[in-house]
Design a protein around this ligand. Structure first.
Ligand SMILES: Cc1cc2nc3c(=O)[nH]c(=O)nc-3n(C[C@H](O)[C@H](O)[C@H](O)COP(=O)(O)OP(=O)(O)OC[C@H]3O[C@@H](n4cnc5c(N)ncnc54)[C@H](O)[C@@H]3O)c2cc1C
Length: 380
């Protein structure tokens, strides 16, 4: 059996790649390790700008429309901002990923479930092996997430990633999300609504014991009462801070989404970039069928990677000086962030505009510390 493109993995990146290709008439097969619908650990928060990348009918997936952001520090102090329109949407990944895959099938893609990629070889075409059989294709798209088999066969290794844990519990936040700084050394904790439930989790690039951190967070948090951590699950979130860290593939093999490390290093937002990279990958295959990889790489370098690099610069400062980052939320930062989620600001402009404010806030705190230290020394 011969296909134009075989897509490995039916997450947002794979389903969107298959959808874009199939609706333009390409012969596409998705091979997915699990039976669908399958569970995926995720906060399920889509920035509002993601809507532009979603197929018709996506509104049916929305559990909560987010209009209020609560930025916390250590679960004890809070700054709130409310927007007039939804700045984000909460979806359930089991249903959302299934919806996207159904859209790809409606557009003409074929799906093999419980068919993990085991191996591939490349000659004039790509020969792809799964326990369900072997197929050939002109191109193979790796959209198989953090532990990408496609990436491993190409020799890539993940270097930069958040470790994260999450559980769901009773509770209702309706249209608000809470993000707390000051909980882990490099990262944040969150409380998101999930319909009439809550998703509570923490992500860090540091070495903390995340179960202990989350138990303490839930126990001491001012906005949470009588909640015990149950059914905790963990997963990794890759990210990139330099263009060289993008694992985009070789020859007839192209990688998208988490398998390519295309995730924002500040928030760990990956769904938007999974969908965006899928769109650019499909466009490149359709418009340069002889050799799509250079076009794919160039479009990412133009439209996606500079944003992730700027987000990395903000993450570097925000997580090193978390008290300062929190204080900045009271100024314009939260409003600018809302604009970013809506697609009206970029990380690049956020970094540029926020820098003077950041330095002022830092100096303010540093001065304060100097006065205290000075007083202590004088007393001695
Ligand atoms: C705790 C947590 C919270 C998060 N919260 C958010 C959030 O709120 N908002 C946000 O934007 N992002 C969030 N993310 C990140 C987001 O989940 C990922 O960036 C996103 O899922 C990437 O999509 P993908 O399609 O690249 O990969 P995945 O969604 O991981 O999909 C990969 C698919 O490939 C399949 N697969 C794996 N191996 C094989 C194989 N060998 N053969 C065939 N199929 C295979 C898997 O079964 C899966 O279906 C979070 C991540 C975590 C861990």
């Amino acid at each position: 059996m011969k296909f134009d493109v075989v897509v490995v993995g039916a997450g947002p990146a794979g389903a969107k790649t298959a959808y874009e290709l199939a609706r333009k008439g390409a012969k596409v097969l998705i091979i997915e390790k699990h039976k669908l619908p399958r569970f995926k650990l995720c906060g399920g928060c889509l920035s509002a700008r993601t809507a532009a990348l979603l197929p018709e009918g996506w509104q049916g997936q929305v559990l909560n429309e987010i209009k209020k952001g609560i930025l916390g520090f250590k679960g004890k102090e809070f700054i709130e901002k409310t927007a007039l329109r939804a700045v984000a949407y909460i979806i359930d990944r089991t249903s959302f990923d299934h919806f996207l895959t159904q859209k790809a099938i409606e557009a003409g893609a074929q799906l093999w479930e419980e068919a993990p990629l085991t191996h591939f070889t490349v000659e004039n075409t790509v020969k792809i092996s799964t326990p369900k059989g072997t197929v050939k294709a002109d191109f193979l798209v790796g959209s198989d997430g953090f532990y990408t088999k496609v990436g491993k066969i190409l020799g890539y290794q993940k270097k930069n990633f958040f470790r994260s844990v999450e559980f769901w519990t009773e509770g209702n936040l309706q249209d608000s999300v809470v993000i707390d700084l000051g909980i882990v050394s490099r990262g944040y904790a969150w409380i998101f609504p999930k319909g009439n439930m809550l998703s509570i989790g923490v992500a860090t690039t540091g070495r903390e014991n995340l179960k202990d951190v989350l138990e303490r967070y839930v126990r001491d948090h001012k906005l949470l009462e009588n909640i015990t951590v149950k059914g905790l699950k963990g997963w990794m979130i890759p990210y990139l801070t330099k263009p060289e860290d993008a694992h985009l593939g070789r020859g007839r093999i192209l990688l998208v989404g988490d398998s390519a490390n295309l995730v924002d290093p500040l928030l760990g937002e990956g769904i938007y970039y999974a969908l965006k990279s899928a769109e650019l990958c499909a466009q490149s295959i359709l418009s340069s069928p002889e050799n799509p990889l250079p076009q794919y790489r160039n479009s990412l370098l133009r439209e996606v990677i500079p944003e992730l690099v700027s987000a990395g610069k903000i993450a570097n400062l925000a997580y090193r000086f978390q008290r300062v980052a929190y204080r900045m939320g009271a100024g314009f930062s939260l409003e600018r962030f809302f604009k970013l989620l809506e697609g009206e600001e970029t990380y690049e402009s956020l970094y540029r505009k926020g820098m003077p404010e950041f330095i002022m806030s830092l100096l303010h705190i540093e001065n304060f510390l100097h006065i205290i230290i000075d007083k202590i020394l004088r007393r001695r």
